[in-house]
Design a protein around this ligand. Structure first.
Ligand code: ADP
Ligand code: MG
Length: 600
């Protein structure tokens, strides 16, 4: 008997929905993006119980015809692209035609929609992919989407949702990512009948102020300076916080072609530009908007992923860093620097290669405006003062190999190499030159990815403690710990509230030393508190990083050959093995040319 058959659409859509719609926030994102794609100038978001019972998005966009309204819920139904070629010139937020099909598979959806040219609108009600009602209706031009009882037919998902407080934070984070790129569009956000945000149409700066400015306090954006640069590769605009306005909880946002993105490597460019200007553990705020030709970034990004690949990443790194420096310099922000300090300004590779001739930054130099750049300061011997050092463009702090194919790095499998151990580094030959790997950072990176995996899978490996440990906490840490208790369980902690002021821990992540429980928890709470009231995924990154730092090999311990190989094997299997999650360099490559230069 043949046993293979095609899944009914409703089941296929429900499976696909798992990818696209993971929580109320992903649903909100899809709906609001659709409204923007429909050219709306006013968008209202109405939420109940953090999106569990109701997520409603009302727009004054184009609306849909009766047939389109019906079509919109089919899988791969889209009005935004027609051919594969269109993928390379995307200017809309959506293009996959998956969102509505996914949402209606896992919720009860009602939509009312009308185009300007139609007298009557269309009302449509769909429960778990089944159309239960469709009729003409009276309604304003635009579209009004109600998503009720999300995951009503997927109990596992529903149970997996976090507390309302956390889900609401996720909703807001997702909302910020969108509204920050559409300042002209008017938005409101209502939760349980309370208006949380009312954002009038305005400039980007006004939008930022409306969201992050404290009412009555001093102007948030008053602490900003503008960044602007235009090259053939990229145009960069935005705002950066003055160094003295840096705080522990900085707002840091990158956008590309109207989309929010995370980009640890570009983050590093900004931090490098600020080096020497920040005190303590403070961070500058930034809101940077990139504009690039759509074909130079990877469009086929997963709907829930926020990392974006750039073709000219290293060039843009340099351009961004130069632009930020220029702004900091132009607005006279540099004099707060201590010019008496010598060589303390931390630069990638700085300490490794102090003898290398410095490339001096010339604010008027733009590699893309002139094609025959010969003159300038490049290559000329110059005495470099501290001021100029600040403007030195460091060599890119990365391994210049194709990021997608770490395998091309080596002629021989890593298992057959014996890395040489020197100091904090592992040395090994690669096809591109001599590679130095900072082993503790490498370990942090590998463990971080492992913990992130456990956090999203919801299961980590735990070791039982012989005697449960009681950890005393301050009242606010008690609240914070309660909020992240689930995440901690995911990475292997077994813990329960013991009293009003203490938790009892009976199990810990497999790699953690039993005697380090208190410290590890304190470090995690500290890291999470630093991120402020933010989204779970940001918390998760903090938890994973804090834990990775606590369980990574200390400098005092040396690796065995086997451990070293294993570590490198895992490191180079990661897509981005060059930087730690907090932007520190893991690998440095000394190319044959670098070496030859040393022996000149
Ligand atoms: P995509 O946005 O990738 O095209 P969706 O499933 O999100 O896919 O939407 C399917 C189609 O439904 C869109 O291409 C668009 O034509 C239509 N649509 C969805 N939401 C709206 C809206 N708010 N206003 C007008 N049309 C909409
Ligand atoms: Mg869409």
């Amino acid at each position: 008997m043949d046993i293979i058959h095609l899944l009914p659409d409703s089941v296929a859509n429900q499976i696909a929905a798992g990818e696209v719609i993971q929580r109320p926030a992903s649903c909100l994102k899809e709906l609001v993006e659709n409204s923007l794609d429909a050219g709306a100038s006013r968008i209202q978001v109405i939420v109940r119980d953090a999106g569990r019972t109701l997520l409603q998005v009302i727009d004054d966009g184009s609306g849909m015809s009766e047939t389109d309204a019906r079509m919109a819920f089919e899988r791969h139904a889209t009005s935004k692209i027609a051919t594969a070629q269109d993928l390379f010139a995307l200017r809309t937020m959506g293009f996959r035609g998956e969102a509505l099909a996914s949402i209606c598979a896992v919720a009860q959806v009602e939509v009312m929609t009308r185009r300007k040219e139609d007298e009557m609108g269309t009302f449509l009600e769909i429960h778990g992919s089944d159309v239960v009602r469709q009729e003409p209706c009276q309604c304003p031009v635009g579209t009004n989407f109600k998503v009720k009882n999300l995951f009503f037919n997927v109990p596992v998902r529903r149970k997996f949702l976090k507390t309302d407080q956390t889900e609401l934070r996720n909703l807001l984070t997702e909302f910020y990512h969108i509204v920050l790129v559409y300042p002209k569009v008017q938005f409101t956000f209502v939760h349980n009948d309370e208006i949380l945000l009312e954002l009038p149409s305005g400039t980007e700066k006004q939008r930022i102020e409306a969201i992050f400015g404290k009412s009555g306090g001093k102007s948030y954006t008053g602490q900003f300076v503008d960044v602007a640069t235009d090259t053939e590769l990229v145009s960069i605009r935005g705002f950066i916080g003055k160094p003295e306005a840096a705080t522990k909880n900085a707002q840091q946002y990158f956008f590309v072609n109207g989309r929010y993105m995370r980009h640890p490597y570009f983050h590093k460019a900004i931090m490098t530009a600020y080096s020497g200007m920040l005190t303590g553990e403070t961070n500058p705020s930034y809101f940077i908007y990139f504009d690039v030709a759509p074909e130079t970034i990877d469009v086929n990004i997963h709907p829930t992923k926020t990392e974006i690949k750039f073709r000219d990443e290293q060039m843009i790194f340099q351009i961004l860093m130069a632009a930020v420096r220029e702004s900091l310099g132009k607005f006279n922000l540099t004099p707060s620097l201590d010019f008496n300090r010598d060589g303390e300004i931390e630069m990638p590779l700085g300490d490794l290669d102090a003898s290398k001739p410095h490339v001096v930054f010339d604010p008027n130099y733009n590699p893309f405006r002139t094609s025959k750049y010969e003159g300038g300061t490049r290559g000329k011997e110059r005495t470099v003062s501290n001021w100029e050092k600040l403007y030195a463009v460091p060599e890119r702090p990365v391994v210049p190999v194709n990021q997608d194919q770490p395998a091309v790095l080596f002629d021989t499998p890593i298992a057959d190499l014996t890395p040489y151990k020197y100091n904090k580094y592992l040395l090994l030959p690669s096809t591109a030159g001599l590679l130095l790997v900072h082993y503790r950072r490498a370990h942090i990176k590998v463990l971080y990815e492992q913990y992130i995996g456990q956090l999203s899978a919801g299961k980590g490996v735990s070791q039982q403690l012989l005697f449960p440990e009681v950890v005393d906490l301050s009242p606010d840490d008690m609240v914070l710990l309660a909020a992240i208790a689930d995440e901690l369980r995911f990475v292997g902690f077994e813990l329960e509230q013991f009293s009003k002021t203490a938790y009892s821990v009976s199990g810990v992540p497999a790699l953690l030393n039993a005697q380090d429980v208190q410290t590890a928890l304190t470090n995690i709470l500290h890291a999470v508190r630093e991120t402020g009231a933010s989204a779970t995924d940001r918390w998760r990154r903090q938890i994973a990083l804090a834990l990775a730092k606590d369980t990574a090999i200390p400098y005092s311990k040396t690796l065995t050959d086997e451990e070293a190989k294993h570590l490198l094997d895992r490191l180079f299997a990661l897509p981005d093995y060059r930087l730690t999650p907090d932007g520190k360099t893991i690998c440095v490559l000394l190319s044959d040319t670098d070496l030859a230069r040393k022996f000149e």
